[in-house]
Design a protein around this ligand. Sequence first.
Ligand code: BTN
Length: 268
Amino acid sequence: MCEFTLDRMNQKLIGRNIVRLDETDSTNTQALNLALEGCDEGTVVTAREQHQGRGRLTRTWFSPPGMGLYVSVVLYPSISLTQVPRVTLMTAVAAVEAIKEAAGLQADIKWPNDLLLNNKKVCGILTEMHYRDQAAPIVIVGIGINVNTPAEMFPPEIQDIAASLFAITGEEVDKEKLFQSFISQLDRYYALLVNDNFSEIINKWRASSTIVGRKVTTHQDGMELLGEVTGVDDNGILILKDEQGNNHAIIGGEIFYTDTDKYGNPKG
Ligand code: BTN
C-alpha cells in the first residue's frame, strides 16, 4: 500500500478530497481503483512520481519525481458518449488558465489535448471512460504538466518536442500554486459543463488555440487525410477541409502540422 495524505480544499466538487501519493504506477489507475470502490465524485489523486505514467495512443508519460504535476480526477458526469470529449477540452482550458495564473505563460492548445509553449508540448491530458451498469459512467481525467524538468532531463527521443515551464522561462514554478489553481479552475469549468453551459468553455478553448487555418495531416479509418483546419465545432469536433474542398469532421486521433517543421518554423 502506498503512503498517502488526504487533503481538502474549499471547492464545490473537484478537490474536496485529495489523495497525495509519493509514488505510484499511474494516478489514472489509482483514481479508477478509488472510483470502483465508490469514492466521491471530484476526488483527486496526485503523485510526486509515476512509474507507469500513461499517455494517449498507448504512449508513456515521462514522470520524474518532483518535476511535474501528475493529477487525475474522478468524475461521474451524466453525459452521452459523444459528449465525453468535452471533458478533455474543459480540462485543457482549465490548464491554460492555471498556467497563466501560476507561471504567467499563455499556452497554445493543439487539438484535442496538448498544451504547447514555443511549439513544444508542456502538458497532456488522458481521459479514460468506464461504463457501469445502471449508473453514470466513470470518467477519469488525467493531466500531466512538465513543470520544473530541466530540458536535458527529457529522454532523447522527446527532447525536440517536449518542454517544461522551467525550460521555457528559466524560472522555477511553484508546483503547489499551479496545482491549486488548476483544481479551482477545473471545479469552475466542470460546473459549467454539467449545467449545459459548454459554449462558454468551447469559446475559451477557441481563444487559446491557433489551430484554425493551419495545414495538417491525420489518419482516419486507415487513410491519410491532408487539409486545412477551418474550425472547431460546438462539440469540440475538428473540421478539416481537404484538398478537393470536402469537409471532414475529425472526432479523435492525432493531427500533425504540415506547414511548419518540428521546431515550429514555417516550411517552404
Ligand atoms: C498525452 O498527452 O498523451 C496524455 C498524457 C497524460 C499524462 C497524465 S499524468 C497523470 C495521469 N496519469 C497517467 O498515467 N497519465 C495521466
